[in-house]
Design a protein around this ligand. Structure first.
Ligand code: MN
Ligand code: MN
Length: 366
C-alpha cells in the first residue's frame, strides 16, 4: 500500500475500527490520487485495518482509476445499480461485520449514513477526519512542489488582472480576462469563484463580482487561486486605480503592516493564535479592529480551506511543512476595503511565501 494508506490503515487498527468509508473528493484523492467530482453519484474509498482497500465509483469513471497507480479492487456501478449493495458484497468478501465505521462526519449525509447502517446493521460511526486532517497537515515534498507552482499561477492571475484594469470596464470583464489567460495555461478549475471587486464593493470580504465599472480613485481587490494537479492556491491583492486618497492609503498601510508583522511571527513553534493576534493588534491600534471581521487565515492544500484553522484561539504550534494563508483585511462599509493574502509554507526555521506578487501599494494610472 502507499505510505498514506498504510498510515491510515494502521490508525484504523490501533483504534479497533471495522473500516473507513470516505466519500469526499479531497480524502479520496489524498489516499488514492483519484480526483473526481461525481456530483450526486457515490464515489467511495474503503480502507481496512488488515484487508486491501477498494474504490467504488460510476462504471464510466473506472478507466480513470485504472490509469492511476491504484493496485486494488475497483468496483464500478451503473446508473441503474444500487451502489450500496455492491459495497455490501465487497465488505462481505472481506468478512467485515458491524462495528465502528470511520466516516467524514462533516460531509456524510443522512441518506448515505442510513445506507451504511442498512448494509451493516448495528454499526456506529466515528470521525475519520481527525486522523486525515492530521495526516494532511504536514505537506510532503511533492505536495510542496505543486503548491509552489499553483501559487505562481495565482501571482500570474493577479498580474493579468492588474494589466487588464481600465476605466469603465466591469468587474466581470476583468475577471473573464484573468480566467481566459489561466485557461490558456491549462488551468481547468479555479480553487473558488474568482473575485474582482471595485470601489465600495471591496468592503464586502466575500463580495460577488458583477457589472460594477472601474472608476478613477477606486480600490480594486483581486482574490483568486487555481487548482493544479489537485492542489489549491489563494492570493489576494488590492491595488489603487488612480491616485488613492489619504484614507485609502492609511487603510492599505495598516493592512500591509499587519500582514508583514504576522509573516514575521510565522516560524516553527509559534502558536497559531499569535499569528492572528499579531496582525489584529496592529489593526486595532489604528482603530479598525471592528472592521477586521474574519480569522487571519486558513490551511491550504487539496482543499482551499483545510487545517490548520488560523484563528485567534488555536494553540497548535506551527510546524515545518504546514501550508496556510495569512490574509488580514479592513472592510469599511460604504467606503471600501483592503485585504492582502499570501500562501505560506513553514520551513525549518522560518517561513516561505509561495505567492510573490508585490505588496507595496500599486497605483495604476492609465
Ligand atoms: Mn483568498
Ligand atoms: Mn484565503
Amino acid at each position: 500500500m502507499n505510505q498514506r494508506l498504510t498510515r491510515f490503515s494502521n490508525w484504523l487498527k490501533d483504534q479497533e475500527h471495522s473500516f473507513a468509508f470516505l466519500t469526499t473528493t479531497a480524502n479520496v484523492f489524498y489516499l488514492s490520487k483519484f480526483h473526481t467530482d461525481p456530483h450526486e453519484r457515490l464515489v467511495g474509498l474503503a480502507a481496512f485495518p488488515d484487508e486491501e482497500p477498494f474504490i467504488i465509483c460510476p462504471s464510466m469513471e473506472v478507466p480513470q482509476v485504472q490509469r492511476l497507480d491504484w493496485k486494488y479492487e475497483i468496483i464500478g456501478y451503473s446508473d441503474t445499480d444500487n451502489p450500496w449493495d455492491k459495497v455490501k458484497e465487497a465488505l462481505k468478501k472481506r468478512n467485515i461485520c458491524a462495528g465502528t465505521i470511520a466516516i467524514e462526519k462533516a460531509h456524510m449525509n443522512v441518506e448515505r449514513s442510513e445506507e451504511l447502517q442498512r448494509i451493516l446493521p448495528g454499526s456506529t460511526f466515528t470521525s475519520a477526519e481527525t486522523k486525515l486532517n492530521e495526516l494532511r497537515l504536514i505537506k510532503e515534498e511533492n505536495e510542496i512542489h505543486v503548491l509552489r507552482e499553483a501559487a505562481k499561477l495565482a501571482d500570474f492571475g493577479v498580474e493579468v488582472g492588474v494589466q487588464a484594469l481600465e476605466e469603465g470596464k466591469t468587474e466581470m470583464e476583468v475577471l473573464a480576462t484573468i480566467e481566459f489567460e489561466l485557461k490558456k495555461k491549462g488551468i481547468r478549475q479555479m480553487s473558488f469563484s474568482t473575485m474582482v471587486l471595485t470601489g465600495e464593493n471591496t468592503a464586502d470580504p466575500h463580495g460577488n463580482p458583477g457589472m460594477q465599472t472601474i472608476k478613477n480613485g477606486d480600490l480594486v481587490l483581486f482574490d483568486l487561486g487555481v487548482v493544479l494537479d489537485g492542489y489549491c492556491s489563494d492570493i489576494t491583492r488590492t491595488v489603487a486605480f488612480g491616485e488613492p486618497n489619504e484614507h485609502q492609503k492609511h487603510i492599505y498601510d495598516t493592512v500591509l503592516k499587519a500582514q508583514l508583522a504576522a509573516l514575521d511571527a510565522c516560524k516553527p513553534g509559534t502558536p497559531i493564535r499569535l499569528i492572528d493576534r499579531t496582525a489584529r493588534e496592529i489593526i486595532e491600534t489604528e482603530g479598525y479592529g471592528q472592521y477586521f471581521t474574519h480569522r487571519i487565515g486558513h490551511g491550504l492544500g487539496i482543499d482551499v480551506h483545510e487545517y490548520p484553522s488560523m484563528n485567534a484561539i488555536n494553540e497548535t504550534p506551527l510546524r515545518k511543512g504546514m501550508a496556510f494563508t495569512v490574509e488580514p483585511g479592513i472592510y469599511l462599509p460604504g467606503v471600501g476595503g483592503v485585504r492582502i493574502e499570501d500562501d505560506l509554507l513553514i520551513t525549518a526555521n522560518g517561513v516561505e511565501s509561495m505567492t510573490k506578487f508585490p505588496k507595496e501599494l500599486q497605483i495604476i494610472k492609465r
